[in-house]
Design a protein around this ligand. Structure first.
Ligand SMILES: NC(=O)c1ccc[n+]([C@@H]2O[C@H](COP(=O)([O-])OP(=O)(O)OC[C@H]3O[C@@H](n4cnc5c(N)ncnc54)[C@H](OP(=O)(O)O)[C@@H]3O)[C@@H](O)[C@H]2O)c1
Length: 434
């Protein structure tokens, strides 16, 4: 094979190591598909002495990924370091400025600087590919950018963080608390020592910001996302939801309407049997609603060395074949400015958990407030024990509402709290129309 595509890989950790594994095992297969030999000619990581499981003695080493990005001997700069700024950003910009194609798995970088980087890549006539940045091995970027090019997408949603899904699944299946499962996930390496980024919903938000841009043809807008994590989900919530026919999942949801775009990340009650309800453990799933194709769901491994590296290799093959497309589906200049839908626009049912003072008339008062806000109750569950040991006895009062709007729901909960019917802040979990 006459042609060679020369890679410079910055970052030899989980994903970088996975890329080296695939190239070692499937070099011929990938070359046949790419129409070129794929050769790693230079690499960068922090610690040169670390054992990487691959012979890198013939490969140029850089302590500084920015210098690697500027190396005239590479055709493609593969950024697998991570982080929204720092050396990852500088190196990607350096490579693009030097007219090199860039592949990155870095959703944080794209969520913060995706639009500017896409513009730069276009100005230089090179690719900015990021299949691995969202949902690991699931080819959702290509699906949105190419497979669904004939559709207008109205909504997409999905489970995009394996750590959260693992925790929620374990809580449900083993009747364990959030804190208990989180500790185990940390011990097994599924969760970081500081889990905020995952369990707080921020990682999902980064991925959602990228998908929203691709799906609706608008500029990436991370700050517009309403983000809520899973830290407040209790085992009782999961049991109550299950009794009423639901599972609780952390979803990223993006909706486009005439009023504008809505992006949300939050725990969600998903009816058992609905799409994504059976996506358990560390798996991810994304559902896209296109006007001509209908509903489409992609499910698979959303992280890990090999699934993520598999996505990186698809970007490599595209570049080798000369399949260069605008990063976000349309040229950057044609990405529309982001118009946000009115805040708190969610319409749907709600799961509401109240710690009600156990006194006559409390339930009736709550029902009256809900009726005032035109919210009707679909079902009521009462689980758990009366808290006799607290100064004022309280009882958990759990209800599911029929469809309503979020602003009405919030107003009702504020009134319930202000009027002194509850001993703790009311909690609500959205039910999504899937
Ligand atoms: N892990 C996944 O399953 C997954 C899935 C999808 C996307 N991603 C994304 O892929 C990227 C990489 O993730 P990862 O899990 O592979 O990370 P990782 O295991 O922590 O590896 C990071 C690599 O970057 C190197 N590095 C860090 N700072 C550096 C610096 N200043 N200069 C040069 N090299 C530096 C590290 O060097 P040393 O090895 O010497 O420490 C290491 O090789 C991130 O953007 C992440 O969000 C990861």
């Amino acid at each position: 094979m006459a042609r060679t595509l020369r890679l410079g890989i910055a970052g030899l950790g989980t994903v970088g190591g996975g890329v080296l594994d695939i190239l070692a095992r499937h070099g011929d297969l990938v070359a046949a598909r790419a129409g070129a030999r794929i050769e790693t000619v230079a690499v960068s990581a922090r610690d040169r002495s670390k054992k990487r499981g691959h012979d890198l003695s013939q490969v140029k080493w850089y302590d500084d990924p920015v210098k690697l990005a500027a190396d005239a001997g590479i055709d493609v700069f593969v950024e697998l370091i991570g982080g929204e700024g720092g050396p990852a950003k500088t190196a990607v910009e350096t490579a693009l400025m030097a007219g090199k194609h860039v592949i990155t798995a870095n959703k944080a970088l794209l969520a913060h600087h995706g639009f500017a980087l896409a513009k730069l890549a276009e100005d230089k006539g090179v690719a900015l590919n990021f299949e691995a940045a969202v949902a690991g091995g699931i080819p959702i970027i290509k699906t949105l950018r190419e497979g669904l090019a004939g559709n207008r997408v109205g909504k997409l949603f999905g489970i995009m963080n394996g750590t959260c899904n693992y925790i929620l699944t374990k809580m449900a299946n083993e009747a364990r608390s959030f804190g208990d499962v989180l500790k185990e996930a940390q011990a097994l390496g599924y969760a970081e020592a500081d889990p905020t980024f995952d369990v707080g919903g921020f990682d999902t938000a980064h991925k959602l910001a990228v998908l929203t841009s691709l799906a609706f043809g608008v500029q990436v807008n991370l700050p517009a996302i309403d983000i809520e994590g899973i830290e407040q989900i209790t085992l009782d919530d999961i049991r109550n939801a299950s009794d009423m026919g639901y599972k609780i999942k952390l979803l990223g949801v993006a909706v486009a309407s005439e009023e504008g775009i809505e992006q949300r990340v939050h725990p969600t009650l998903v009816p058992k049997g609905a799409p994504v309800s059976d996506t358990d453990g560390v798996f991810n799933a994304v559902v896209v609603k296109g006007d001509f194709v209908g509903d489409l769901m992609l499910e698979g491994r959303g992280a890990g060395a090999h699934p993520t590296a598999s996505a990186v290799l698809s970007d490599v093959v595209d570049i080798a074949r000369g399949n260069l497309r605008p990063a976000f589906g349309v040229p950057a200049a044609q990405l529309r400015g982001y118009v946000a839908a009115p805040p708190k626009a969610h319409e749907g049912g709600y799961y509401v958990a109240l710690e009600l003072h156990d006194k006559p008339g409390a339930v009736a008062a709550v029902a009256r407030i809900l009726a005032d806000e035109k919210i009707s109750i679909e079902s009521i569950v009462q689980h758990g024990k009366l808290q006799k040991d607290t100064p004022r006895a309280t009882a958990p009062f759990i209800l599911i509402t029929h469809d309503t709007v979020e602003t009405a729901m919030r107003t009702a909960l504020e009134r319930i709290e202000r009027d002194g019917h509850v001993a703790a802040r009311p909690r609500m979990i959205r039910i999504e129309r899937l």
